[in-house]
Design a binder for this molecule. Structure first.
Ligand SMILES: Nc1ncnc2c1ncn2[C@@H]1O[C@H](COP(=O)(O)OP(=O)(O)OP(=O)(O)O)[C@@H](O)[C@H]1O
Ligand SMILES: [Mg+2]
Length: 468
Protein backbone atom coordinates (compact mmCIF):
# COMPACT_ATOMS: atom_id res chain seq x y z
CA UNK A 1 0.00 0.00 0.00
CA UNK A 2 2.83 2.36 0.85
CA UNK A 3 5.45 2.43 -1.80
CA UNK A 4 6.47 4.52 -4.76
CA UNK A 5 4.59 7.74 -5.40
CA UNK A 6 2.04 7.17 -2.63
CA UNK A 7 4.79 6.87 -0.04
CA UNK A 8 6.44 10.00 -1.31
CA UNK A 9 3.21 12.01 -1.49
CA UNK A 10 1.71 10.91 1.83
CA UNK A 11 5.13 11.08 3.50
CA UNK A 12 5.70 14.64 2.35
CA UNK A 13 2.22 15.77 3.40
CA UNK A 14 2.58 14.12 6.79
CA UNK A 15 6.04 15.51 7.41
CA UNK A 16 4.91 19.05 6.63
CA UNK A 17 1.72 18.82 8.67
CA UNK A 18 3.37 17.20 11.71
CA UNK A 19 6.07 19.84 11.67
CA UNK A 20 3.47 22.61 11.40
CA UNK A 21 1.19 21.19 14.10
CA UNK A 22 4.08 20.61 16.53
CA UNK A 23 5.46 24.09 15.97
CA UNK A 24 2.10 25.83 16.30
CA UNK A 25 1.16 23.83 19.40
CA UNK A 26 4.53 24.48 21.04
CA UNK A 27 4.09 28.20 20.45
CA UNK A 28 0.49 28.12 21.71
CA UNK A 29 1.36 26.12 24.81
CA UNK A 30 4.26 28.43 25.57
CA UNK A 31 2.11 31.53 25.12
CA UNK A 32 -0.77 30.23 27.25
CA UNK A 33 1.59 29.16 30.05
CA UNK A 34 3.31 32.50 29.98
CA UNK A 35 -0.01 34.39 29.97
CA UNK A 36 -1.37 32.51 33.03
CA UNK A 37 1.84 32.79 35.02
CA UNK A 38 2.35 36.51 34.33
CA UNK A 39 -1.20 37.36 35.25
CA UNK A 40 -0.95 35.47 38.58
CA UNK A 41 2.43 37.03 39.19
CA UNK A 42 1.21 40.56 38.53
CA UNK A 43 -1.81 40.03 40.81
CA UNK A 44 0.49 38.90 43.62
CA UNK A 45 2.85 41.79 42.95
CA UNK A 46 0.07 44.42 42.94
CA UNK A 47 -1.29 43.12 46.22
CA UNK A 48 2.18 43.09 47.73
CA UNK A 49 2.86 46.67 46.65
CA UNK A 50 -0.43 47.84 48.18
CA UNK A 51 0.37 46.09 51.49
CA UNK A 52 3.95 47.38 51.53
CA UNK A 53 2.81 50.95 50.83
CA UNK A 54 0.12 50.67 53.50
CA UNK A 55 2.72 49.56 56.00
CA UNK A 56 5.13 52.35 55.17
CA UNK A 57 2.37 54.99 55.21
CA UNK A 58 0.42 54.03 58.32
CA UNK A 59 2.24 51.55 60.52
CA UNK A 60 5.95 52.22 60.18
CA UNK A 61 6.45 54.13 63.44
CA UNK A 62 5.50 51.19 65.67
CA UNK A 63 7.32 47.86 65.75
CA UNK A 64 6.49 45.17 63.24
CA UNK A 65 5.35 42.53 65.67
CA UNK A 66 2.54 44.65 67.04
CA UNK A 67 1.44 45.71 63.56
CA UNK A 68 1.13 42.24 62.15
CA UNK A 69 -2.41 41.67 63.36
CA UNK A 70 -3.65 45.01 61.92
CA UNK A 71 -1.98 44.31 58.64
CA UNK A 72 -3.47 40.86 58.30
CA UNK A 73 -6.94 42.09 59.36
CA UNK A 74 -6.86 44.86 56.75
CA UNK A 75 -6.05 42.47 53.90
CA UNK A 76 -7.72 39.26 55.05
CA UNK A 77 -10.19 39.45 52.12
CA UNK A 78 -7.44 38.81 49.56
CA UNK A 79 -7.52 35.29 48.04
CA UNK A 80 -3.91 34.60 48.89
CA UNK A 81 -1.85 33.53 51.86
CA UNK A 82 -0.10 36.50 53.46
CA UNK A 83 2.86 35.84 55.74
CA UNK A 84 4.68 38.50 57.73
CA UNK A 85 8.29 37.65 58.43
CA UNK A 86 10.68 39.42 60.80
CA UNK A 87 14.33 40.15 60.12
CA UNK A 88 15.35 36.78 61.59
CA UNK A 89 13.27 34.99 59.02
CA UNK A 90 10.57 33.89 61.46
CA UNK A 91 6.93 33.95 60.46
CA UNK A 92 5.24 36.32 62.89
CA UNK A 93 1.93 36.53 61.10
CA UNK A 94 0.10 34.14 58.75
CA UNK A 95 -3.34 34.79 57.26
CA UNK A 96 -3.90 31.01 57.10
CA UNK A 97 -2.26 30.30 60.48
CA UNK A 98 -0.31 27.34 59.08
CA UNK A 99 3.28 28.45 59.36
CA UNK A 100 3.31 30.64 62.47
CA UNK A 101 6.72 30.68 64.18
CA UNK A 102 8.47 28.73 61.43
CA UNK A 103 11.70 29.84 59.90
CA UNK A 104 11.12 29.66 56.14
CA UNK A 105 14.09 29.12 53.86
CA UNK A 106 12.65 30.31 50.53
CA UNK A 107 14.84 32.42 48.26
CA UNK A 108 12.19 35.11 47.74
CA UNK A 109 12.09 35.80 51.50
CA UNK A 110 15.86 36.16 51.56
CA UNK A 111 15.66 38.63 48.66
CA UNK A 112 12.95 40.68 50.36
CA UNK A 113 14.83 40.85 53.69
CA UNK A 114 17.85 42.06 51.69
CA UNK A 115 15.72 44.93 50.34
CA UNK A 116 14.72 43.54 46.94
CA UNK A 117 11.58 42.04 45.45
CA UNK A 118 11.63 38.26 45.61
CA UNK A 119 9.94 35.76 43.27
CA UNK A 120 9.37 32.07 43.80
CA UNK A 121 7.77 29.31 41.76
CA UNK A 122 8.11 25.79 43.08
CA UNK A 123 6.89 23.26 45.61
CA UNK A 124 5.92 23.85 49.18
CA UNK A 125 8.74 22.39 51.34
CA UNK A 126 6.23 20.62 53.58
CA UNK A 127 3.09 19.79 51.55
CA UNK A 128 4.75 19.52 48.14
CA UNK A 129 2.00 21.72 46.67
CA UNK A 130 2.90 23.84 43.63
CA UNK A 131 3.20 27.47 44.64
CA UNK A 132 3.92 30.93 43.37
CA UNK A 133 5.16 33.47 45.91
CA UNK A 134 6.12 37.11 45.87
CA UNK A 135 7.95 38.75 48.77
CA UNK A 136 8.37 42.43 49.40
CA UNK A 137 10.34 44.25 52.15
CA UNK A 138 8.43 46.17 54.87
CA UNK A 139 10.15 49.43 55.76
CA UNK A 140 9.98 51.77 58.75
CA UNK A 141 11.85 55.06 59.06
CA UNK A 142 14.92 53.13 60.31
CA UNK A 143 14.96 50.82 57.34
CA UNK A 144 13.86 47.25 56.59
CA UNK A 145 11.98 45.69 59.49
CA UNK A 146 10.75 42.52 57.87
CA UNK A 147 9.05 41.14 54.81
CA UNK A 148 5.55 40.34 53.60
CA UNK A 149 5.14 37.18 51.52
CA UNK A 150 2.17 36.59 49.17
CA UNK A 151 1.61 32.99 48.17
CA UNK A 152 -0.95 31.36 45.94
CA UNK A 153 -1.39 27.70 45.00
CA UNK A 154 -0.77 26.82 41.37
CA UNK A 155 -2.55 23.45 41.63
CA UNK A 156 -5.81 24.64 40.02
CA UNK A 157 -3.99 26.67 37.39
CA UNK A 158 -1.77 23.73 36.54
CA UNK A 159 -4.81 21.50 36.23
CA UNK A 160 -6.55 23.98 33.92
CA UNK A 161 -3.38 24.32 31.88
CA UNK A 162 -2.99 20.55 31.63
CA UNK A 163 -6.57 20.29 30.31
CA UNK A 164 -5.94 22.99 27.74
CA UNK A 165 -2.73 21.24 26.63
CA UNK A 166 -4.58 17.96 26.36
CA UNK A 167 -7.25 19.50 24.13
CA UNK A 168 -4.58 21.13 21.97
CA UNK A 169 -2.69 17.86 21.57
CA UNK A 170 -5.88 15.96 20.77
CA UNK A 171 -6.83 18.59 18.19
CA UNK A 172 -3.31 18.34 16.73
CA UNK A 173 -3.51 14.55 16.45
CA UNK A 174 -6.99 14.93 14.89
CA UNK A 175 -5.65 17.37 12.31
CA UNK A 176 -2.73 15.06 11.48
CA UNK A 177 -5.12 12.13 11.08
CA UNK A 178 -7.44 14.14 8.87
CA UNK A 179 -4.59 15.33 6.66
CA UNK A 180 -3.32 11.77 6.46
CA UNK A 181 -6.70 10.58 5.16
CA UNK A 182 -6.98 13.51 2.75
CA UNK A 183 -3.48 12.88 1.42
CA UNK A 184 -4.32 9.20 0.96
CA UNK A 185 -7.36 10.22 -1.06
CA UNK A 186 -5.35 12.77 -3.06
CA UNK A 187 -2.60 10.30 -3.77
CA UNK A 188 -5.24 7.89 -5.07
CA UNK A 189 -6.44 10.47 -7.58
CA UNK A 190 -2.92 10.50 -8.99
CA UNK A 191 -1.96 6.87 -8.56
CA UNK A 192 -5.11 5.20 -9.87
CA UNK A 193 -4.92 6.84 -13.33
CA UNK A 194 -1.21 5.99 -13.49
CA UNK A 195 -2.00 2.39 -12.59
CA UNK A 196 -4.65 2.36 -15.29
CA UNK A 197 -2.23 3.72 -17.89
CA UNK A 198 0.40 1.20 -16.82
CA UNK A 199 -2.08 -1.64 -17.24
CA UNK A 200 -3.05 -0.39 -20.69
CA UNK A 201 0.57 0.00 -21.79
CA UNK A 202 1.38 -3.48 -20.49
CA UNK A 203 -1.51 -4.82 -22.57
CA UNK A 204 -0.20 -2.90 -25.57
CA UNK A 205 3.31 -4.23 -25.11
CA UNK A 206 1.88 -7.74 -25.11
CA UNK A 207 0.48 -7.02 -28.57
CA UNK A 208 -3.10 -6.08 -27.75
CA UNK A 209 -3.21 -2.83 -29.68
CA UNK A 210 -6.98 -2.40 -29.52
CA UNK A 211 -6.96 -1.30 -25.86
CA UNK A 212 -7.07 2.43 -25.14
CA UNK A 213 -6.36 4.46 -22.04
CA UNK A 214 -9.46 6.56 -21.46
CA UNK A 215 -8.75 9.19 -18.80
CA UNK A 216 -11.17 11.93 -19.78
CA UNK A 217 -9.03 14.49 -17.96
CA UNK A 218 -7.13 17.39 -19.41
CA UNK A 219 -4.15 17.28 -17.08
CA UNK A 220 -0.67 15.82 -17.59
CA UNK A 221 -1.94 12.28 -17.06
CA UNK A 222 -4.72 12.82 -19.62
CA UNK A 223 -2.08 14.04 -22.06
CA UNK A 224 0.06 10.98 -21.35
CA UNK A 225 -2.95 8.75 -22.03
CA UNK A 226 -3.71 10.55 -25.30
CA UNK A 227 -0.07 10.25 -26.40
CA UNK A 228 -0.12 6.55 -25.60
CA UNK A 229 -3.37 6.09 -27.54
CA UNK A 230 -1.92 8.01 -30.46
CA UNK A 231 1.15 5.79 -30.40
CA UNK A 232 -1.06 2.68 -30.46
CA UNK A 233 -3.06 4.15 -33.37
CA UNK A 234 0.14 4.72 -35.30
CA UNK A 235 1.48 1.23 -34.56
CA UNK A 236 -1.86 -0.23 -35.60
CA UNK A 237 -1.83 1.76 -38.82
CA UNK A 238 1.71 0.62 -39.60
CA UNK A 239 0.68 -2.92 -38.82
CA UNK A 240 -2.29 -2.75 -41.23
CA UNK A 241 -0.10 -1.09 -43.82
CA UNK A 242 2.50 -3.80 -43.48
CA UNK A 243 -0.11 -6.51 -43.95
CA UNK A 244 -1.68 -4.72 -46.89
CA UNK A 245 1.75 -4.24 -48.38
CA UNK A 246 2.71 -7.89 -48.06
CA UNK A 247 -0.58 -9.12 -49.49
CA UNK A 248 -0.62 -6.71 -52.44
CA UNK A 249 3.06 -7.30 -53.22
CA UNK A 250 2.73 -11.07 -53.10
CA UNK A 251 -0.35 -10.89 -55.24
CA UNK A 252 1.30 -8.64 -57.79
CA UNK A 253 4.49 -10.68 -57.90
CA UNK A 254 2.64 -13.91 -58.40
CA UNK A 255 1.03 -12.98 -61.73
CA UNK A 256 4.23 -12.22 -63.70
CA UNK A 257 6.12 -15.02 -61.95
CA UNK A 258 3.44 -17.58 -62.88
CA UNK A 259 3.56 -16.38 -66.43
CA UNK A 260 7.40 -16.55 -66.58
CA UNK A 261 7.41 -19.98 -64.98
CA UNK A 262 4.73 -21.23 -67.42
CA UNK A 263 6.64 -19.99 -70.42
CA UNK A 264 10.00 -21.36 -69.30
CA UNK A 265 8.38 -24.77 -68.93
CA UNK A 266 6.77 -24.48 -72.34
CA UNK A 267 10.07 -23.38 -73.87
CA UNK A 268 11.91 -26.30 -72.24
CA UNK A 269 9.65 -28.69 -74.18
CA UNK A 270 9.72 -26.70 -77.42
CA UNK A 271 11.73 -27.98 -80.36
CA UNK A 272 14.34 -25.57 -81.76
CA UNK A 273 12.55 -25.27 -85.05
CA UNK A 274 9.32 -24.00 -83.46
CA UNK A 275 10.44 -20.40 -83.96
CA UNK A 276 7.06 -18.79 -83.49
CA UNK A 277 6.48 -20.29 -80.01
CA UNK A 278 10.04 -19.47 -78.94
CA UNK A 279 9.66 -15.86 -80.11
CA UNK A 280 6.37 -15.40 -78.33
CA UNK A 281 7.66 -17.02 -75.12
CA UNK A 282 10.74 -14.86 -75.01
CA UNK A 283 8.64 -11.78 -75.73
CA UNK A 284 6.29 -12.48 -72.82
CA UNK A 285 9.09 -13.38 -70.44
CA UNK A 286 10.75 -10.11 -71.38
CA UNK A 287 7.50 -8.18 -70.84
CA UNK A 288 6.84 -9.78 -67.47
CA UNK A 289 10.42 -9.19 -66.35
CA UNK A 290 9.98 -5.51 -67.24
CA UNK A 291 6.79 -5.44 -65.18
CA UNK A 292 8.63 -6.98 -62.23
CA UNK A 293 11.50 -4.51 -62.61
CA UNK A 294 9.04 -1.62 -62.74
CA UNK A 295 7.35 -2.83 -59.58
CA UNK A 296 10.64 -3.17 -57.76
CA UNK A 297 11.66 0.32 -58.97
CA UNK A 298 8.37 1.73 -57.71
CA UNK A 299 8.88 0.12 -54.32
CA UNK A 300 12.44 1.35 -54.09
CA UNK A 301 11.32 4.84 -55.06
CA UNK A 302 8.62 4.72 -52.48
CA UNK A 303 10.97 3.81 -49.67
CA UNK A 304 13.51 6.38 -50.89
CA UNK A 305 10.91 9.17 -50.99
CA UNK A 306 9.72 8.20 -47.53
CA UNK A 307 13.28 8.34 -46.24
CA UNK A 308 14.58 11.34 -44.36
CA UNK A 309 17.49 11.89 -46.74
CA UNK A 310 15.29 12.26 -49.82
CA UNK A 311 15.84 15.58 -51.66
CA UNK A 312 14.65 16.65 -55.05
CA UNK A 313 17.28 18.22 -57.31
CA UNK A 314 15.82 21.26 -58.98
CA UNK A 315 17.20 22.72 -62.17
CA UNK A 316 15.89 25.09 -64.80
CA UNK A 317 14.10 22.99 -67.39
CA UNK A 318 11.72 23.46 -70.29
CA UNK A 319 8.49 21.89 -69.07
CA UNK A 320 6.90 21.92 -72.53
CA UNK A 321 9.76 19.85 -73.87
CA UNK A 322 9.42 17.45 -70.94
CA UNK A 323 5.69 16.97 -71.56
CA UNK A 324 6.35 16.32 -75.25
CA UNK A 325 8.90 13.65 -74.35
CA UNK A 326 6.44 11.91 -72.05
CA UNK A 327 3.80 12.16 -74.75
CA UNK A 328 6.12 10.52 -77.29
CA UNK A 329 6.91 7.78 -74.79
CA UNK A 330 3.25 6.91 -74.11
CA UNK A 331 1.89 7.45 -77.61
CA UNK A 332 2.58 3.88 -78.75
CA UNK A 333 0.82 2.34 -75.78
CA UNK A 334 -2.26 4.56 -76.32
CA UNK A 335 -2.31 3.56 -79.94
CA UNK A 336 -2.07 -0.10 -79.00
CA UNK A 337 -4.97 0.28 -76.54
CA UNK A 338 -7.08 2.15 -79.08
CA UNK A 339 -7.13 5.35 -76.99
CA UNK A 340 -6.72 8.80 -78.48
CA UNK A 341 -3.93 10.63 -76.64
CA UNK A 342 -3.94 14.34 -77.40
CA UNK A 343 -1.54 17.08 -76.39
CA UNK A 344 -2.46 20.75 -76.27
CA UNK A 345 0.60 22.85 -75.53
CA UNK A 346 2.23 25.84 -77.17
CA UNK A 347 5.42 25.16 -79.06
CA UNK A 348 7.66 27.69 -77.33
CA UNK A 349 9.81 26.72 -74.30
CA UNK A 350 8.58 27.39 -70.78
CA UNK A 351 11.24 27.29 -68.06
CA UNK A 352 10.54 26.09 -64.53
CA UNK A 353 12.68 25.14 -61.54
CA UNK A 354 11.99 21.41 -61.29
CA UNK A 355 13.55 18.02 -60.76
CA UNK A 356 13.06 16.86 -64.35
CA UNK A 357 13.47 13.16 -63.65
CA UNK A 358 10.89 13.26 -60.86
CA UNK A 359 8.29 15.36 -62.70
CA UNK A 360 8.64 13.03 -65.66
CA UNK A 361 7.99 10.13 -63.29
CA UNK A 362 4.85 11.88 -62.00
CA UNK A 363 3.51 12.46 -65.50
CA UNK A 364 4.22 8.86 -66.51
CA UNK A 365 2.43 7.59 -63.38
CA UNK A 366 -0.60 9.77 -64.10
CA UNK A 367 -0.75 8.83 -67.79
CA UNK A 368 -0.30 5.18 -66.81
CA UNK A 369 -3.37 5.48 -64.59
CA UNK A 370 -5.42 7.19 -67.30
CA UNK A 371 -4.41 4.54 -69.84
CA UNK A 372 -5.16 1.79 -67.32
CA UNK A 373 -8.62 3.07 -66.41
CA UNK A 374 -9.80 4.22 -69.85
CA UNK A 375 -11.37 1.72 -72.22
CA UNK A 376 -10.58 1.47 -75.93
CA UNK A 377 -12.17 4.31 -77.91
CA UNK A 378 -11.63 6.75 -75.01
CA UNK A 379 -9.77 10.02 -74.94
CA UNK A 380 -6.86 11.39 -72.91
CA UNK A 381 -5.88 15.02 -73.20
CA UNK A 382 -2.75 16.73 -71.89
CA UNK A 383 -2.90 20.51 -71.49
CA UNK A 384 -1.05 23.24 -69.58
CA UNK A 385 -1.63 26.74 -68.32
CA UNK A 386 -1.23 29.04 -65.32
CA UNK A 387 -3.49 29.69 -62.36
CA UNK A 388 -3.47 31.56 -59.07
CA UNK A 389 -3.85 30.10 -55.60
CA UNK A 390 -3.99 32.72 -52.85
CA UNK A 391 -2.21 35.29 -55.04
CA UNK A 392 0.58 32.86 -55.88
CA UNK A 393 1.02 31.93 -59.52
CA UNK A 394 1.22 28.26 -60.47
CA UNK A 395 1.98 26.44 -63.68
CA UNK A 396 -0.38 23.55 -64.21
CA UNK A 397 -0.37 20.35 -66.27
CA UNK A 398 -3.78 18.76 -66.67
CA UNK A 399 -4.47 15.16 -67.68
CA UNK A 400 -8.09 14.62 -68.58
CA UNK A 401 -9.40 11.16 -69.42
CA UNK A 402 -12.76 9.73 -70.36
CA UNK A 403 -12.21 6.62 -68.29
CA UNK A 404 -14.30 4.85 -65.67
CA UNK A 405 -13.77 7.58 -63.05
CA UNK A 406 -13.39 7.26 -59.30
CA UNK A 407 -16.31 6.99 -56.89
CA UNK A 408 -16.66 10.12 -54.67
CA UNK A 409 -16.12 8.20 -51.42
CA UNK A 410 -12.71 7.06 -52.67
CA UNK A 411 -11.48 10.43 -53.92
CA UNK A 412 -9.65 11.37 -50.72
CA UNK A 413 -8.29 7.85 -50.20
CA UNK A 414 -6.57 7.13 -53.49
CA UNK A 415 -3.49 9.22 -52.67
CA UNK A 416 -2.87 6.96 -49.69
CA UNK A 417 -0.13 4.35 -49.67
CA UNK A 418 -1.10 0.99 -51.20
CA UNK A 419 -4.63 2.16 -51.81
CA UNK A 420 -6.23 0.63 -54.90
CA UNK A 421 -9.72 1.62 -55.87
CA UNK A 422 -12.70 -0.66 -56.45
CA UNK A 423 -12.24 -0.08 -60.18
CA UNK A 424 -8.70 -1.55 -59.97
CA UNK A 425 -9.68 -5.02 -58.85
CA UNK A 426 -8.88 -6.60 -62.23
CA UNK A 427 -5.86 -4.43 -62.93
CA UNK A 428 -2.21 -4.74 -62.15
CA UNK A 429 -0.64 -2.27 -59.73
CA UNK A 430 0.15 -2.00 -56.05
CA UNK A 431 -1.45 1.33 -55.27
CA UNK A 432 1.69 3.38 -54.95
CA UNK A 433 1.60 5.50 -58.12
CA UNK A 434 -0.52 8.37 -56.80
CA UNK A 435 1.09 8.25 -53.37
CA UNK A 436 4.56 8.67 -54.87
CA UNK A 437 3.38 11.30 -57.36
CA UNK A 438 1.62 13.36 -54.74
CA UNK A 439 4.72 13.22 -52.51
CA UNK A 440 6.95 14.37 -55.36
CA UNK A 441 4.66 17.24 -56.33
CA UNK A 442 4.49 18.31 -52.70
CA UNK A 443 8.25 18.37 -52.38
CA UNK A 444 8.24 20.83 -55.32
CA UNK A 445 5.93 23.04 -53.27
CA UNK A 446 3.08 22.07 -55.58
CA UNK A 447 -0.35 20.47 -55.38
CA UNK A 448 -1.78 17.34 -56.97
CA UNK A 449 -5.46 17.93 -57.58
CA UNK A 450 -7.84 15.10 -58.59
CA UNK A 451 -11.41 15.51 -59.74
CA UNK A 452 -13.49 12.68 -61.05
CA UNK A 453 -16.96 11.57 -61.95
CA UNK A 454 -17.80 7.88 -62.16
CA UNK A 455 -18.57 6.82 -65.68
CA UNK A 456 -17.41 10.13 -67.16
CA UNK A 457 -13.72 10.40 -66.48
CA UNK A 458 -11.01 11.85 -64.33
CA UNK A 459 -9.10 15.11 -64.34
CA UNK A 460 -5.75 15.18 -62.58
CA UNK A 461 -3.86 18.49 -62.30
CA UNK A 462 -0.26 18.94 -61.26
CA UNK A 463 0.23 22.51 -60.00
CA UNK A 464 3.82 23.72 -59.64
CA UNK A 465 4.75 27.09 -58.16
CA UNK A 466 6.24 29.50 -60.72
CA UNK A 467 8.30 31.37 -58.16
CA UNK A 468 10.68 28.99 -56.47
N1 LIG B 1 -7.33 8.08 -64.08
C1 LIG B 1 -7.95 7.29 -63.20
N2 LIG B 1 -9.19 6.82 -63.47
C2 LIG B 1 -9.83 6.02 -62.59
N3 LIG B 1 -9.33 5.62 -61.40
C3 LIG B 1 -8.10 6.08 -61.06
C4 LIG B 1 -7.34 6.91 -61.95
N4 LIG B 1 -6.16 7.20 -61.34
C5 LIG B 1 -6.17 6.56 -60.17
N5 LIG B 1 -7.32 5.87 -60.00
C6 LIG B 1 -7.73 5.07 -58.81
O1 LIG B 1 -6.83 5.38 -57.77
C7 LIG B 1 -6.20 4.19 -57.29
C8 LIG B 1 -4.78 4.50 -56.85
O2 LIG B 1 -3.99 4.85 -57.92
P1 LIG B 1 -2.45 4.54 -57.88
O3 LIG B 1 -1.83 5.05 -59.14
O4 LIG B 1 -1.93 5.04 -56.62
O5 LIG B 1 -2.42 2.95 -57.81
P2 LIG B 1 -2.52 1.88 -58.96
O6 LIG B 1 -2.54 2.56 -60.27
O7 LIG B 1 -3.67 1.00 -58.65
O8 LIG B 1 -1.17 1.07 -58.75
P3 LIG B 1 0.31 1.52 -59.20
O9 LIG B 1 0.21 2.93 -59.64
O10 LIG B 1 1.10 1.36 -57.96
O11 LIG B 1 0.70 0.59 -60.28
C9 LIG B 1 -6.28 3.26 -58.42
O12 LIG B 1 -6.22 1.92 -57.97
C10 LIG B 1 -7.63 3.59 -59.04
O13 LIG B 1 -8.67 2.99 -58.31
MG1 LIG C 1 -1.05 3.95 -60.85
Amino acid sequence: MFHGIRKRLVGTYLFIIILTVVLIEAIMIGTIHHYYMTSIHSTLKNQAEVVSNFYTSYLSNTDIKSNTGKLLDNFSNLPVQIQIINLKGEVIGDSLHTTFGENLKYSDIKDALAGNRGDFIGKDAVTGESLMAYSIPLRSREGIVGAARFTTSLELTNKTLRNIYLYLILAGVGIILLIFLISLYLSNTIINPIKKITRVSEDMSKGNLSVRADMGTNDEIGLLARTLNHMADEIQKTETLKNEFISSISHELRTPLTSIKGWTMTLADTKPEEHEIIRRGVYIINLETDRLTEMVEELLDFSRIQGAQFRIQKEEADIHKLISEVYEQMKQRALRQGIKLEIDIVEKPRYLQIDTKRIKQVLINLLDNSLKFTAAGGNIKLSTGTCFIKEEEFFYINILDTGCGISPDELNLIKGRFYRGKNASNMSGIGLGLSISSGLVKSHGGILDIQSETGKGTSVTVKLPLKS
